[in-house]
Design a protein around this ligand. Structure first.
Ligand code: SF4
Length: 88
């Protein structure tokens, strides 16, 4: 499945729990804001939004990592554009 992952840099406080849980998808930049990777790579540079092809297992890790964010700075959308995290 393809998921869209967005980080709101204004909400991110650099707590890095998302990076600990899902280092293939999140990495901190020099401003201590998390940006989004595609399986450990950053084609196109340090972006706060990316569409990623994921397996069901990878999706579970991603959701756990988003749930770990103390400021709910991570948003996840399905292929239809529906927000799947945080729950609406
Ligand atoms: S857990 Fe949230 S606040 Fe912490 S680095 Fe990740 S997105 Fe930023």
């Amino acid at each position: 499945m393809k998921l869209t992952i967005k980080v709101d840099p204004d909400l991110c406080i650099g707590a890095a729990s998302c990076v600990t849980i899902d280092p293939a998808t999140f990495l901190l930049n020099e401003e201590n804001k998390v940006y989004v990777l595609d399986h450990g790579e950053a084609p196109g540079g340090q972006v706060y939004e990316r569409v990623i092809e994921m397996t069901e297992d990878e999706k579970e890790t991603l959701i756990l990592s988003a749930q770990s964010c103390p400021t709910l700075a991570i948003f996840i959308y399905d292929e239809a554009g529906e927000q799947i995290y945080p729950d609406m």
